[in-house]
Design a protein around this ligand. Structure first.
Ligand SMILES: NC(=O)c1ccc[n+]([C@@H]2O[C@H](COP(=O)([O-])OP(=O)(O)OC[C@H]3O[C@@H](n4cnc5c(N)ncnc54)[C@H](OP(=O)(O)O)[C@@H]3O)[C@@H](O)[C@H]2O)c1
Length: 379
C-alpha cells in the first residue's frame, strides 16, 4: 500500500562530553561555539519548519530565528517565507503566552491533544492550535505538517524527550550531533536520548566536521522499518536502490533496476543492479540475492529494496524475482514503482508477494527517481 508522505526530519542537538543537553541551572548552558551557532542558523534557513518541545520553551525561552539577514533574503528570493514555520508539541497545552516563541519569527503552530487544545485556547497562545485526538501520534503529526502546511524538511531542535521519540519511532532521517568540550557532571541534568528501544545495530556516520572547539557528527539511521510502516532508513535504502538503477547498462528490451538487501539491524547484506557484471539478462534482485548464502539466518528478517517491483513473468530465466524473494525467505519488500505494461501486461509483483504473506511497502515519492533511467522505455 502507498503511504502518505512525511517530511524529511533532521534532529539537531549539542551535548557535553558526558552526554548532557543542559545543566540544571536557571540559564541555558551554551554548548555550541559561535561558528557552530552560525552553522545552525544556516540549517534553519534551509528548512520549512523548526520544531521544539514544550519543555524547551519553558527551560530556554528560545526565539528560533534565522539571524542572518542574507539568509532570510535568500529565502524570500526563493519564494519562501522569511522565517521557517515554528512548531511545538505539548500534551498539557500549558505554555506561557508571553514566551519569545510566540512573538518572534515566522508563523507558529501548536500540536497537542484534545485536552491540551482546550488549555492552549484558554491561554490565548498566539498560534494555530491543532488537536490530534486524545494522544499525539508523531506519524500523524508529520503527515499533517506536510499535507496541510506544505513542510518537506523539518528541523527538530530538542529537547531530549522529543529527539528520543522521533529516533525510537524510526522517524528521524538524520541526526546532527555537536560534541562540546565541557562536562556537566550532574545526573539530574537532561540527557539527549532517554531509555527505550532504539534501532538495533549501528547508525551510519555521514560526516564529521571540527568547528572551532566543537565537533559536528552527522548520522543516519540504518534499520529497516517493520511491517508496513516505513522508517526513515527505508527511505535511505530505497534512494540507494534508485541510484543503483542509474548504474545499469542501458537496454531497449529490459528495465534498469537497482536492489539492496538489508538485515533488520541495518547491515547491508548485498546489492545488485540489472545486467551487472556483463550478464545481459540478470535482474537487480536476482543479482543481489545471488551474493548471499541461502542459509544466511538474517534473510527471514531482512528487507529487499528494489526501485521497480519484483517481476512475476520472465522469459530469460526459469524463476521470476518475486519467486526468488519467496525462496530466499525474505518477508518484506520496499519498492518505488509498480511495473508498467511496457513488457508484461498486468504484471503485479507486489500483489503476488502480498498474496504469499510478504509485506510490500510502496513509496511513490521515489517513483520519478526509479523511472529516470528508464525514460527511453516509458516515454
Ligand atoms: N543542547 C541542546 O541542543 C538542547 C536543545 C534543546 C533543548 N535542550 C535542553 O533540553 C531540556 C528540555 O528537554 P525536555 O526533554 O525536558 O523537553 P522537550 O523535549 O523540549 O519537551 C518535552 C515536552 O514536550 C511535550 N511532548 C513531548 N512528547 C510529547 C507527545 N508525544 N505528546 C504530547 N506532548 C509531548 C510535553 O509537553 P507538556 O509538558 O506541555 O505536555 C513534554 O513535557 C532543556 O534543559 C533544554 O535546555 C538542549
Amino acid at each position: 500500500m502507498p503511504h502518505p508522505y512525511v517530511p524529511y526530519v533532521l534532529l539537531s542537538a549539542a551535548v557535553s562530553l558526558d552526554g548532557y543537553l543542559d545543566d540544571t541551572g536557571p540559564d541555558r548552558l551554551l554548548l555550541s561555539s559561535p561558528a557552530d551557532f552560525d552553522r545552525v542558523d544556516e540549517v534553519r534557513a534551509s528548512v520549512d519548519a523548526i520544531l521544539i518541545g514544550a519543555g524547551t520553551i519553558r527551560a530556554d525561552n528560545p526565539r528560533l530565528l534565522v539571524n542572518s539577514p542574507q539568509r532570510r533574503a535568500g529565502r524570500v528570493a526563493a519564494g519562501k517565507p522569511e522565517y521557517p514555520l515554528k512548531v511545538t508539541v505539548t500534551a498539557s497545552g500549558d505554555l506561557d503566552p508571553t514566551a519569545n516563541f510566540w512573538h518572534t519569527g515566522g508563523d507558529k503552530l501548536v500540536y497537542t491533544t484534545d485536552k491540551g487544545a482546550e488549555r492552549a485556547r484558554e491561554l490565548g497562545l498566539a498560534a494555530d492550535v491543532v488537536a490530534l485526538g486524545p494522544d499525539l501520534d508523531w506519524r500523524v503529526l508529520l503527515e499533517h505538517l506536510h499535507a496541510v502546511r506544505g513542510v518537506d524538511r523539518l528541523m527538530v531542535e530538542g529537547g531530549g524527550t522529543i529527539h528520543t521519540q522521533l529516533l525510537q519511532q524510526g522517524l528521524a532521517d538524520e541526526l546532527h550531533l555537536v560534541l562540546s568540550p565541557l562536562f556537566v557532571g550532574d545526573d539530574k541534568a537532561p540527557r539527549l536520548f532517554g531509555p527505550g528501544t532504539y534501532q538495533p545495530g549501528r547508525l551510519r556516520l555521514v560526516e564529521t566536521r571540527p568547528i572551532e572547539d566543537v565537533v559536528l557528527m552527522r548520522y543516519e539511521p540504518t534499520a529497516p522499518g517493520t511491517g508496513d510502516l516505513p522508517s526513515a532508513a527505508d527511505h535511505h535504502w530505497l534512494a540507494l536502490a534508485c541510484d543503483l538503477a542509474a548504474d545499469c547498462p542501458p537496454s531497449e528490451t529490459a528495465f534498469s533496476v537497482g536492489a539492496v538487501v538489508v538485515a533488520d539491524d541495518g547491515t547491508e547484506l548485498s546489492r545488485g543492479h540489472s545486467r551487472e557484471a556483463g550478464d545481459p539478462v540478470v535482474h537487480a534482485e536476482e543479482a543481489a540475492l545471488a551474493k548471499i548464502d541461502p542459509q544466511d539466518p538474517r534473510l527471514p528478517t531482512a528487507t529487499v529494496y528494489t526501485s521497480l517491483e519484483p517481476c512475476t513473468h520472465r522469459a530469460s530465466r526459469p524463476k521470476p524475482c518475486a519467486q526468488l524473494i519467496l525462496d530466499a525467505g525474505v518477508r518484506r519488500v520496499v519498492t518505488a514503482w509498480r511495473e508498467p505494461d511496457t513488457f508484461v501486461e498486468g504484471a503485479d509483483g507486489s500483489g503476488a508477494l502480498a498474496a504469499r504473506g510478504v509485506t510490500v511497502v510502496v513509496l511513490p515519492e521515489y517513483e520519478e527517481r526509479a523511472k529516470a533511467p528508464n525514460s527511453h522505455l516509458t516515454g
